[in-house]
Design a protein around this ligand. Structure first.
Ligand SMILES: [Ca+2]
Ligand SMILES: [Ca+2]
Length: 187
C-alpha cells in the first residue's frame, strides 16, 4: 500500500513540531489568502502539514489516538485521509511511549473495546505471516511482542491490534470495531 519508508530509526534532535507564534501563522495565512482569493492558504515555512490534533512524541513521530469505533479498514482510511497512516510500531520504545494515550482515554466503547486499538499490521496475505501496512514483516519492522496467547485467531483474525497501555500485539477480526492509532512520520 502507500508509502515506502518505514522510518523506524529517525535521527535524534528533531525540533520540527514547534509551531511558530500564533500571530506569525495568522499573518502568513491572511497574506496568502489576500493574494489568491478562494485558494487554500499555504504555510510556506512548514515542511509538512501536521493536523493540530496530532501530537509530537520526540524522535518517534506524530500520533493521534482515535476513540471512535471503526473496523480496521475504516481506520486505515481515516488515517490516510488525515495525511497519515495506521500506526506502525517499530520498537518497544515506541510501543511504551504510546501508553500516554491510553491513560487519557480510560473508556471508549464497551469494556473489551476499551482494551484494544487497531494498528498497522495484518496477516491478510498469508495466514500467520504478519506484515505491516508497508509490507515488511513485523519482526523486520522492529517490534513483534505479542499479548498473552495471541496470535490465536487463525484465518478468522487477520488484522492487528495493540493492547491497552503496553501496546502488545494481538490478532483480531478485521471487522471488529474499536479505537485506533494514526501516525505521521517525522520529516
Ligand atoms: Ca490470521
Ligand atoms: Ca486474537
Amino acid at each position: 500500500m502507500a508509502g515506502s519508508c518505514e522510518g523506524g530509526n529517525e535521527p535524534a534532535g528533531s525540533i520540527k513540531g514547534i509551531s511558530p507564534p500564533a500571530s506569525e501563522t495568522v499573518a502568513s495565512i491572511s497574506e496568502e489568502t489576500a493574494r489568491i482569493p478562494g485558494e487554500p492558504a499555504g504555510i510556506p515555512s512548514e515542511p509538512a502539514r501536521i493536523p493540530a490534533d496530532y501530537e509530537l512524541i520526540p524522535e518517534l513521530g506524530y500520533y493521534k489516538f482515535h476513540t471512535s469505533l471503526k473496523t480496521w479498514h475504516e481506520a486505515l482510511k481515516v488515517c490516510e485521509e488525515e495525511g497519515g497512516h495506521l500506526a506502525v510500531l517499530n520498537s518497544e520504545r515506541e510501543a511504551k511511549a504510546l501508553g500516554i494515550f491510553w491513560d487519557r482515554n480510560p473508556k471508549f466503547g464497551d469494556t473489551e473495546q476499551s482494551k484494544w486499538a487497531h494498528v498497522g499490521f495484518h496477516d491478510s496475505y498469508k495466514e500467520g505471516e504478519y506484515v505491516t501496512i508497508f509490507n515488511k514483516t513485523i519482526v523486520e519492522s522492529g517490534y513483534a511482542t505479542w499479548y498473552g496467547n495471541d496470535p490465536d485467531g487463525g484465518t478468522n483474525q487477520n488484522c492487528g491490534m495493540a493492547s491497552r497501555k503496553e501496546n502488545l500485539l494481538a490478532d483480531e477480526s478485521c471487522t471488529y470495531k474499536t479505537g485506533f492509532f494514526c501516525e505521521i512520520e517525522l520529516p
